[in-house]
Design a protein around this ligand. Structure first.
Ligand SMILES: O=C(O)c1cc(=O)[nH]c(=O)n1[C@@H]1O[C@H](COP(=O)(O)O)[C@@H](O)[C@H]1O
Length: 272
């Protein structure tokens, strides 16, 4: 999906919500555990209930890899289900990959070609040749970690390199890479005020903003500093939506949480 198509979906649905599929067997309703594929059953129920309130889904790959072969199968079934039932929804493989170019190319093939995700999160630490293999793919996005939501972001990302913060250097340098028009960036909702400075460097790029809900970030603050004229934001929430209830009506409750966020987003969009 192109950025333009994603923007159209955002205006059509009045939502820039991304629902995170961080599916954990220890947190899903216990009655699902007797199903053949509990992870897929949970994801399917969440997707069917929430799809009208969001524009994107972001399975976090760690939750699937932790289950070995069966987890990978659940992931594949989930992405195939999204492609067949809801082809207008944008998909993000939250895999945080990046390696020497020869290896990154294989990661890119796995997530773009084999699984068919629209985008993947990538760590910038290994630099240009570790990211460019992802950028080569047409109509696919590489979402580079810029300023993450966790406390450890201050260990390295905000260190000065010369006279500017490392995360700013990452953003500026990445814009010089081949096919950099395929870049989006991760900025944590817990650091919303930094978005003002970030928007000065990248006024037009899409930003994936996780960290509202369970991590305490505020949607209002993210919108205040991060929205651009084309919206330019995908705000992710995982646990606060998908684990809002562990009873048999968990999907309905998840839908209500997603709808509440979508309503807030619609108000923000009116202001544009
Ligand atoms: O790349 C990410 O999505 C990500 C980056 C970041 O800085 N912080 C962050 O929380 N995430 C991911 O976003 C999701 C947040 O989940 P909740 O805190 O449950 O909403 C998890 O899958 C995290 O791995």
């Amino acid at each position: 999906m192109t950025s333009q198509e994603l923007t159209e979906q955002i205006f059509k649905k009045k939502s820039f919500l991304c629902v995170g599929l961080d599916t954990d067997l220890e947190k899903i309703p216990t009655y699902l555990l007797s199903e053949k594929d509990p992870v897929f059953s949970f994801n399917k129920a969440i997707i069917d209930a929430t799809h009208e309130y969001c524009v994107a889904y972001k399975p976090n790959i760690a939750f699937y890899e932790a289950l070995g072969v069966s987890g990978w199968k659940s992931l594949k079934k989930t992405i195939e289900y999204l492609h067949s039932e809801y082809p207008d929804l944008y998909t993000i493989a939250d895999a945080k990959r990046g390696d020497i170019g020869n290896t990154s190319r294989m990661y890119a093939k796995a997530f773009f070609d084999d699984l068919g995700f629209d985008s993947i999160t990538v760590a910038p630490y290994m630099g240009k040749d570790s990211v460019e293999p992802f950028l080569e793919f047409t109509n696919k996005h590489t979402i580079l970690l810029a300023l993450t939501s966790n406390e450890g972001a201050f260990d390295f990302q905000t260190l000065k390199t010369g006279d500017e913060d490392l995360y700013k250097k990452v953003i500026k340098t990445s814009r010089t890479w081949e096919n950099s028009e395929n870049l989006m960036y991760v900025v944590g909702a817990t650091k919303a005020e930094y978005l003002a400075d970030i928007r000065k460097i990248i006024p037009n790029n899409f930003l994936l903003v996780p960290g509202v809900g369970a991590q305490g970030g505020s949607l209002e603050e993210v919108c205040k500093y991060g929205l651009n004229k084309d919206v330019g934001l995908l705000v992710n929430s995982s646990r606060k939506i998908i684990y809002a209830s562990d009873s048999s009506n968990f999907a309905e409750i998840a839908a209500a949480k997603a709808e509440a966020m979508q309503n807030q987003m619609a108000v923000e969009l009116e202001r544009l």
